[in-house]
Design a protein around this ligand. Structure first.
Ligand SMILES: [Zn+2]
Length: 213
């Protein structure tokens, strides 16, 4: 399995392509591709690596994570998923855009909702959904145990955590979620791939993250 990171849009959000290099099956996690340049960059990468996108998944409904949903659904014509508890954010993406002075294309309908323990398949790998509220009520992580990677959205960052001052965010919830659903379950050598900034590991954050002492 391979990971390609695209930091995109005015929020420098990490869009991920996660793919199986043997079968060419891939998924897009948080399509934030906003400009024509960013969209062409993605398509060029997929073509040159012969990757066929099977799924589009949003870790949550904040504008920076859904800015490219309309483009991606139109381009790849595959199902797109989000947790039901973030639908209220997803549906208000255009309104969120107004607050930041950003033009947002009309959100495509959600194909289906995802919840705890739902799985996606890419090649022989199984990618499992964890419901991880706190930054937003319907936040999720995607975990591939075989590869020891967790796509964690804006739940946790290197030496930081997701903000909790946006609608539906809650500080106690995010702390509990990280402790129970990340630190409580995964070994130190799991890689965390967040929605902003560089990747980190469960062990590094367990040891050093100032919010989680
Ligand atoms: Zn967010």
């Amino acid at each position: 399995m391979k990971v390609k990171i695209f930091p995109v849009n005015p929020f420098q959000m990490n869009s991920y392509v996660y793919y199986c290099e043997n079968t060419g099956e891939g998924m897009i996690i948080d399509p934030g591709f906003y400009t024509k340049y960013e969209q062409d960059d993605l398509i060029g990468f997929l073509n040159s690596h012969k990757i066929r996108i099977k799924y589009i998944v949003n870790t949550h409904g904040h504008i920076d994570h859904v800015l490219g949903n309309a483009f991606a659904v139109e381009q790849f014509r595959v199902p797109n998923y989000i947790h039901r508890d973030d639908l209220f954010l997803y549906e208000r993406a255009e309104h969120q855009g107004l607050l930041y002075g950003i033009q947002v294309s009309k959100m495509p309908p959600v194909s289906d909702f995802i919840n705890e323990n739902n799985t996606f398949r890419l090649g022989n790998n199984e990618i499992k959904v964890l419901h991880t509220p706190g930054h937003s009520p319907g936040g999720i992580c995607l975990c591939d145990r075989a590869e020891k990677v967790i796509f964690c959205g804006d739940l946790i960052f290197r030496l930081s955590i997701g903000r909790t001052d946006l609608p539906g965010g809650d500080y106690d919830t995010i702390i509990n979620t990280i402790k129970e659903k990340i630190f409580g379950i995964f070994d130190d050598d799991y890689t965390l791939l967040p929605g902003h900034m560089e990747s980190t590991t469960v062990g590094y954050e367990r040891e050093n993250n100032p919010f989680l002492r």
